[in-house]
Design a protein around this ligand. Structure first.
Ligand code: ATP
Ligand code: MG
Length: 649
């Protein structure tokens, strides 16, 4: 069952008897079917929450203008009356034929019977009213800023669709994109959507072998590729890698030659295509997960539900007001870029800033200046970016109103830094498979730093033990979903169904408090087993981050004499920390950790200048573990370029 769920867990690392959990899944599902919808969220005064958890009220100006004034009631309605809740919101979008049913619990299908098209809603719906409004701001790796209006994006993508059609691309065909974040990628995605074709964006920097495998497994009919991209100000050529990947394959390629406008000119030669109305669950794109736990999985999202789910989240969770500029630091070729770099802002008729290079390049102050100069009010970024900014000290004023954080746990210390230096932090938990946030702390709920928040409308979540039994508040266990929102996947590459017996196993470790707030503790399969205790990586890392000398930290468990021993990788805040200070700092960090988490047995500390990351910015702990154990790290196609090994000293 776990295999079918796409969860690859080496036997020796099974936490909490994962196998028994798998067996118990269907039983729980039966039980869960009879569970009442969760009680509306009580919002007791902070005093009742316990001494160590801080409860922070959002600032008054955010509270007053919050969209979701009565969150508990809205949440309840989303589950009990999906027709009303989601149906009303979906009415605001354009449908070529109305749906017959908003949500079918049995098949988990959304907006069945409806015909629509994501490109129709991203572009055509806004014309002619927003013809002259800027839809995208693009800043490429050379520092060139360009503005693209709704009219321009519409015309470019409609004509590019004509070019693709002439190349034989039709509804359901997959088109691979190997393009950096920028207007070319955006119009390629929208052109595919128009035709009912399926875009499959591949991360820049993938080597020839992985690229080839993705093209083959994804059954691409066409490749649109750039001959290079910018990373930290440096140009990385890709033509040779693409050509090597293609050798012997009969796959046509449309090239985007960097530094030229050839691709856009070629696009303009096409005959404009109308957006093809397709069924709600018709595939819009295929996208791979980050590969944190193993080989990246290919996830398929559809037009209808996805459109409603991401638009709802940007409007109501991220609270984007009409006319405001939105920016996500995520690359377009990650789910966060798909959902919130491109689609949701356009569905809402907003303006999105797309950035090719890393946000902190050439410096954090350039990042702050950019946000202010371009009038960005809502930012969606990742803990990695926030930790990097924090390492450089105080921020300068940005004009931001809200800062979303997704991808990894947001440690309380980093939450606080964000609150003090940028704007109100909005942690949100989701996955490539879910398409849009599933857990978060929407305004007007108070935040509990360290807790991501509560299930969002449409989502039901539980924490279960290895047997699949629902655990009482405060206990650590596996995070499972009983229901997911409209933006959830329509399938996995390979045809598997991630739902088993009514349960969706997220692969994450969590606990829920008395008020229904969830804390994500790390990955289930990375749980650290210290004697009888079970610790999530995020718990240990968050405790370390409260030490003033810690900029970044990764915790892993390594097999020891009895059970596991804790191994820490620490990036000190001071660059080039003198060798002779390291043993002393290591001792201080251990003592610091014990003060926070109690005695943890033998601990080993390594200092390093950088941690291995996925291209989406997540710490790749399994690589650190493999390095120390001297074993094969497995699939590292998700690894970001430029990692040179974790153990400096
Ligand atoms: P793979 O599935 O290939 O191992 P991945 O799970 O990292 O990779 P994504 O879909 O990009 O791929 O990431 C989803 C995961 O990211 C979640 O399951 C969770 O572990 C982590 N995550 C996302 N948001 C948060 C958050 N706000 N807090 C804690 N963890 C988060
Ligand atoms: Mg995953």
């Amino acid at each position: 069952v776990l295999g079918a769920l796409g969860v690859v867990v080496p036997a020796r690392r099974f936490p909490f008897a994962f196998s028994r959990l798998a067996r118990a899944l269907s039983e729980v599902a039966q039980v869960s079917a009879h569970l009442p919808a969760p009680e509306p969220l009580p919002l007791p005064p902070p005093a009742e929450v316990g001494p160590q958890v801080e409860v922070v009220e959002p600032p008054r100006e955010l509270l007053e203008k919050a969209n979701l004034q009565d969150f508990p009631a809205l949440y309840r309605q989303s589950l009990e009356d999906p027709e009303g809740f989601w149906g009303d919101f979906a009415q605001g979008l354009l449908w070529a034929r109305p749906w017959e049913r908003v949500y079918d619990a049995e098949s988990r299908a959304w907006f069945q019977g409806g015909l629509t098209n994501a490109a129709l809603n991203a572009l055509d719906r806004h014309l002619p009213e927003r013809a002259q409004q800027v839809a995208l701001l693009t800043l490429d790796g050379e520092g060139t800023l360009e503005k693209w209006t709704y009219r321009e994006l519409h015309d470019l993508s409609a004509r590019l669709a004509g070019v693709l059609k002439d190349l034989g691309v039709g509804p359901g065909d997959r088109v691979a994109l190997y393009l950096p974040t920028g207007v070319e990628a955006a119009i390629a995605m929208l052109a595919c959507a128009r035709l009912g074709a399926v875009h499959m964006a591949l991360p820049m920097g993938l080597g020839p072998e992985v690229l080839r495998q993705r093209l083959l497994k994804g059954e691409a009919r066409l490749l649109i590729a750039a001959d290079g991209y910018y990373l930290r100000g440096r140009f990385a050529p890709t033509r040779a890698a693409v050509e090597a990947a293609l050798s012997g394959l009969d796959l046509p390629v449309l090239w985007h030659r960097r530094g030229t406008t050839e691709f856009l000119e070629r696009a303009m030669e096409g005959k404009p295509q109308e957006a093809l109305p397709v069924p709600s669950s018709h595939p819009l794109f295929l996208l791979h997960t980050s590969g944190s736990t193993g080989t990246p999985k290919g996830v398929v999202h559809g037009h209808g539900g996805y459109m409603v789910g991401v638009a709802w989240a940007l409007r109501h969770l991220f609270d984007l007001k009409p006319g405001e500029v939105f920016h996500t630091t995520a690359d377009l070729f990650w789910i966060v870029g798909h959902s919130f770099g491109l689609y949701a802002p356009l569905f809402l008729g907003g303006t999105s800033l797309l950035l090719e290079d890393r946000p902190d390049h050439p410096s954090p102050s350039a990042f702050y200046q950019r946000l202010e100069r371009l009038g960005v009010r809502v930012l969606l970024t990742s803990p990695t970016v926030l930790r990097t900014l924090r390492r450089h000290g105080e921020a300068r004023p940005t004009g931001l109103r809200l800062v979303g954080s997704v991808g990894e746990a947001l440690a309380p210390e980093v939450w606080r830094w964000t609150r003090e230096n940028l704007a109100w932090p909005l942690d949100n938990w989701w996955q490539t498979e879910l398409g849009a946030p599933a857990l978060a702390t929407p305004l007007p709920l108070p935040a509990k730093p360290g807790f991501v928040g509560v299930p969002l409308p449409g989502v039901e979540a539980r924490v279960v033990d290895g047997e699949g039994r629902i655990l009482p508040p405060g206990e650590r266990g596996h995070l499972v979903l009983l229901r997911a929102g409209p933006a959830q996947l329509v399938g996995l590459l390979g045809g598997e169904n991630p739902w088993r017996g009514g349960l969706y196993l997220t692969g994450d470790l969590a606990l829920m408090d008395e008020e229904g707030y969830f804390r994500i503790l790390g990955r289930s399969e990375e749980v650290i087993k210290l004697g009888e205790a079970r610790l999530g990586t995020a718990e240990v890392e968050a405790a370390l981050l409260t030490h003033p000398q810690v900029a970044e930290a990764a915790a892993i468990g390594l097999p020891g004499e009895e059970g596991e021993r804790l191994v820490l990788f620490v990036v000190p805040r001071t660059k080039d920390l003198p060798e002779e200070l390291k043993p002393l700092l290591a001792e201080k960090l251990k003592a610091h950790l014990f003060r926070h988490l109690g005695p943890l047995g033998p601990v080993e500390v390594f200092f390093t200048e950088s941690l291995p990351r996925t291209r989406s910015g997540k710490i790749l702990r399994r690589l650190l573990k493999a390095e120390l154990l001297g074993v094969d790290p497995g699939d590292t196609s998700g690894l970001e370029d430029g990692y040179g090994g974790g153990k400096d000293s």
